[in-house]
Unconditional design. Structure first.
Length: 415
């Protein structure tokens, strides 16, 4: 009986607790707990709710921020891409540049020697070029060399007669002026001093035939300041050039055409004449140096010394080391070591300056000369047209005592 009463009490307590949980928790609990404990529980619930709300708000804000930043990034990237490149950057670059590119067709007279005399016939030569400010056309000198008639063919096929404004063989630059009323689109000139190996480039020209006008080739800058010696058929060095190297394909007819960077700026003038025996190795005249020559030709001024092309100097003598001919020519002990002059070309600058056979060259530009090899080495450091000073010793003749003298002259051009 006592156990039943105990069970009933326990059951009543359970029901009471369940009833309490279904009521207002804080109001009911405040009656069971003291005021301090109830206050702490209320504050705990309030802080927890506030933290949860802030957390939810923060997460929502972060999601919105991330989404917003992503949208802005996508918009900017898309805008930049469409504005600067489009779907095909090379194609866009070509479209941007092509109207400034031309073909050069020249009528030349070819003379062929034979056993019955020299025969003369007309032929044509083909090259490339580009328009610059002022309506001038730039190409290579060797493209228009010996031309009797010059025509410029524009990208749309329209032809125009052209006249030669000026050209320079050493720098291989020629400037033309076309007779046309059409509006010409000049290229933008870049800065070849800022070109780096590995930069992408395109070349536009007319390889092989006018049917291939406007041909584009693509490549990179392979090297800078490449030294090339241009020689004649006998191997004699005529000039030295320092050029930009590229692997963009250049074929006969590309001479005089522009080399563009990816901004559509001309950084070089292609020169096929130097590369006919190589594959994947092309050379281009740096535009900075070329523009100095171009501006001088347009103004009718003397062409300044070029930083990319120098014509080999020519002395116009033959000689031998004094040490090798001293006994043969019975040279006395008063004759110093140097180059003993055996012959002097009469039409040379050094002959006009007073050098004669049997003179001994002892100094060239204040550099002591002991041998023919030393003289050749010093001569190679100077370009044609430069004024130099040479010290010579003239042995005693006709009873006269030997004497030392200096002569000044401008170096002749090798040819």
């Amino acid at each position: 009986m006592k156990n039943r009463k105990t069970l009933c009490i326990i059951a009543l307590l359970i029901f009471a607790m369940l009833a309490l949980t279904s009521c207002q928790s804080m109001g009911m609990l405040s009656g069971l707990l003291n005021s301090s404990e109830a206050s702490e529980i209320e504050e705990s619930f309030e802080e927890s709710s506030l933290d949860d709300a802030e957390s939810d708000s923060s997460e929502a804000s972060t999601d919105e921020s991330d989404e917003s930043a992503e949208d802005v990034l996508n918009e900017v990237s898309k805008e930049d891409f469409e504005e600067s490149k489009g779907d095909s950057p090379i194609a866009d670059l070509y479209d941007y540049c092509i109207d400034s590119c031309v073909s050069i067709v020249c009528k030349v007279v070819v003379e062929t020697p034979g056993i019955w005399g020299t025969t003369t016939e007309e032929g044509t030569s083909l090259g490339s070029g580009f328009v610059i400010e002022g309506g001038h056309i730039v190409t290579n000198h060797h493209v228009i060399e010996d031309a009797k008639e010059i025509k410029v063919v524009f990208n749309d096929g329209e032809e125009a007669d052209a006249e030669l404004v000026g050209s320079d063989e050493t720098c291989d630059i020629a400037v033309l002026k076309v007779k046309t009323d059409r509006a010409l689109t000049p290229v933008k000139i870049g800065d070849s001093s800022k070109v780096r190996v590995g930069e992408e480039v395109i070349a536009i020209g007319t390889p092989s035939s006018i049917d291939f006008a406007g041909t584009l080739t693509y490549g990179v800058i392979s090297g800078l300041n490449r030294k090339l010696e241009v020689t004649n058929e006998s191997g004699k060095v005529l000039k030295t050039m320092y050029l930009i190297q590229t692997d963009a394909t250049l074929n006969p007819g590309n001479s005089g055409g522009p080399l563009f960077n990816m901004k559509g700026q001309v950084i070089g003038i292609n020169n096929m004449k130097l590369i006919s025996t190589y594959e994947g190795i092309g050379f281009s005249i740096p535009i900075n140096g070329a523009m100095e020559i171009i501006n001088a030709l347009i103004k009718g001024e003397d062409v300044p010394d070029s930083d990319y092309a120098t014509t080999a100097a020519y002395l116009g003598i033959s000689g031998a080391n004094v040490s090798n001919v001293r006994e043969q020519y019975k040279l006395g002990n008063d004759v110093p070591d140097g180059v003993f002059v055996l012959s002097v070309e009469r039409n040379s600058a050094v002959y006009a300056a007073g050098l004669s056979i049997y003179d001994v060259i002892t100094k060239f530009e204040d550099v002591e000369i002991k041998s023919l090899e030393a003289l050749k080495n010093e001569l190679s450091k100077h370009s044609a047209g430069k004024e130099v000073t040479m010290e010579i010793y003239r042995p005693s003749r006709n009873g006269n005592t030997g004497e030392t003298m200096k002569i000044k002259f401008k170096l002749d051009k090798a040819g």
